[in-house]
Design a protein around this ligand. Sequence first.
Ligand SMILES: [Zn+2]
Length: 386
Amino acid sequence: MMLAMRAVVCHQAELTVDEVPDPRPEQGQLLITVERCGICGSDLHARLHCDETAADAATLGYDHMMRSTDRVVMGHEFVGTVTDYGPRTRKLFPIGTRVVSLPVLRASGAMHLTGLSALAPGGYAEQVLAVPSMTMRVPDGLDADAAALTEPMSVALHAVHRGQVGAKDTAVVLGCGPIGLAVIAMLKATGVRHVIASDFSPGRRALAERMGADVVVDPAQESPWASFAESKRYLTDSMELIGFGVDAMDKLRAVPLLPWATLMRGAVKAGASPRGPVVFECVGVPGMIEHVIANAPLLSRVVVVGVCMGADALRPAMAISKEIELRFVLGYDPSEFHQALQWIASGKVDVRPLITGTVGLDGVPGAFDELGDPERHAKILVDPTR
Ligand SMILES: [Zn+2]
């Protein structure tokens, strides 16, 4: 007899609750009974645009990313209890231990992203498979709701690390959806003193404040750049710095010709002007990167976290004039995942304001639609036991 479990299956951009075969752990796998699984923005993207992502992944040599013709159980932000191990698999945790896991699975001879490949069904289901070495025990006292936020908080922590933001730097977070809000929390947790957040939605601005943003702006009313230094002043400064460079060159005729930016940076280091802020682009719609290039101050570092599907246009010459630095980020490493879990458990980051709803498996299709409304929702959790 084939045992079956309930799961949300995505096929041809449609979500349906189906009976699927029970996952059986193979060697090197453990079985987790899902308590909660967060619905991620990338799942909303994947439902509609997975063929683009699959084509990109195929170009990079990976052929098993979810496609619209596959039947995929999504969900990569899961927490649950250890239920079984595959044969000859090290039993790192007693049965019943509450754990979170990086959403990766070794199956059919290769590594797959759990919830984003038909070969590694995800957490919108009663049970999910994981790799013991990528699984972490949830500290005592931390409930499943908060633990389910480990994965998105890790994404944010990785973005903050890649941004190399110093405590005295100004950080600007554009877009206060779940990831923008998580970035705000992680900036504050890592000790960044001045965090400016910007979003058109009043509901999201209120959440940005709760997550610790120091200044919250409505971009329809005021520019996020105006609140700390006007970009015009920065350009004037840069011309003054070029003058500074000319003076310096006059004095040091022996010095070989240096690029202006190097001279400016030298002046910046000497305290002539603050360097640009670190900007976190967490909107992910076409035109956002160009918007930042056009409006951010000189020498801004831009960390692109929001996933914009399809092609986008930007003006390299403007970015060159201002020496804008672009960094793109993806995922996290196991140490960042572990750090996020510990900070959630210790209360150093408070993820509770992010959780705006919980649904059973039957509520997942509706929740995907509702997440389009920024006033009502940040993170919706799936509770398959409901
Ligand atoms: Zn996610």
